[in-house]
Write a protein that binds this ligand. Structure first.
Ligand code: ADP
Ligand code: MG
Length: 218
């Protein structure tokens, strides 16, 4: 039976839909992400994300049906670690695994659990990568997204709207990396020459958050 995705909770089907929307977005933006990474890194970010989320899609298509939201998030994280070389694989892999553990055995995520999940994802990424806001990384998009999600949920916004606020904050954070000097990852090797470039990882982070809004708006 098709489960209905309501405005107030996120069942497993909505997590699968989110992963599917991420896959659509990273395939669509693959060349752009790669171009951004070619300017200040090694030009593989688009292919890394595209490979990783294609593998997630395949894995969930085969195994996703009976898993809880937290189990799905953990499976997604493991798949990313297994399929993506480069910094983004372990970072997003850790993020989704931490998010999955944070929601435990819940059958559906409500607003506060979604906030916990995103906070845990951020903590996973900062714990592994040691980046702070302003270092021109994933964190520059994910940290403001987590804050915006929390504010929107606390204000009682429907989840799709809260996800939209998070995506907007991630997009702003991503644009805000342009004047920054990269302090972590490959781009940091360029020193001041990294200034003037939008961070590829922050860019894909905004796609991941916007995909959540899309999945919850269906
Ligand atoms: P690699 O840099 O190994 O080629 P990718 O190109 O897939 O891996 O990913 C690059 C992105 O990873 C960067 O644009 C940046 O956003 C992110 N990144 C790199 N190092 C860190 C870190 N320590 N913390 C958070 N994000 C990071
Ligand atoms: Mg790269």
């Amino acid at each position: 039976m098709t489960r209905v995705i309501t405005e107030t909770t996120i069942p497993s089907a909505a997590i699968v839909a989110w992963m599917s929307e991420i896959n659509v977005a990273v395939q669509r933006h693959r060349d752009h992400l790669t171009q951004l990474d070619a300017a200040i890194g090694d030009g593989d970010h688009g292919t890394n994300m595209a490979r990783g989320f294609a593998a997630v899609q395949t894995t969930l298509t085969g195994q996703g049906d009976d898993l809880l939201p937290g189990q799905l998030l953990i499976l997604c994280g493991k798949t990313l670690v297994a399929t993506v070389g480069g910094a983004s694989g372990p970072l997003w892999g850790t993020a989704f695994r931490h998010a999955g553990r944070a929601v435990g055995a819940a059958t559906e995520l409500d607003g506060p659990l979604l906030v916990d999940a995103l906070d845990a994802a951020l903590a996973g990424i900062t714990g592994l990568g040691r980046a702070s806001v302003g270092d021109a990384t994933i964190v520059d998009a994910l940290d403001p997204a987590a804050r915006a999600l929390r504010s929107a949920v606390q204000a009682g916004a429907p989840l799709s709207q809260a996800a939209g606020a998070a995506a907007g904050a991630a997009e702003d954070g991503c644009k805000a990396t342009i004047p920054l000097q990269a302090r972590k990852g490959r781009a940091s090797y360029l020193g001041e020459r990294s200034i003037g470039h939008q961070d590829p990882g922050a860019t894909s982070t905004a796609l991941i958050l916007r995909a959540l809004e899309t999945a919850l708006s269906r």
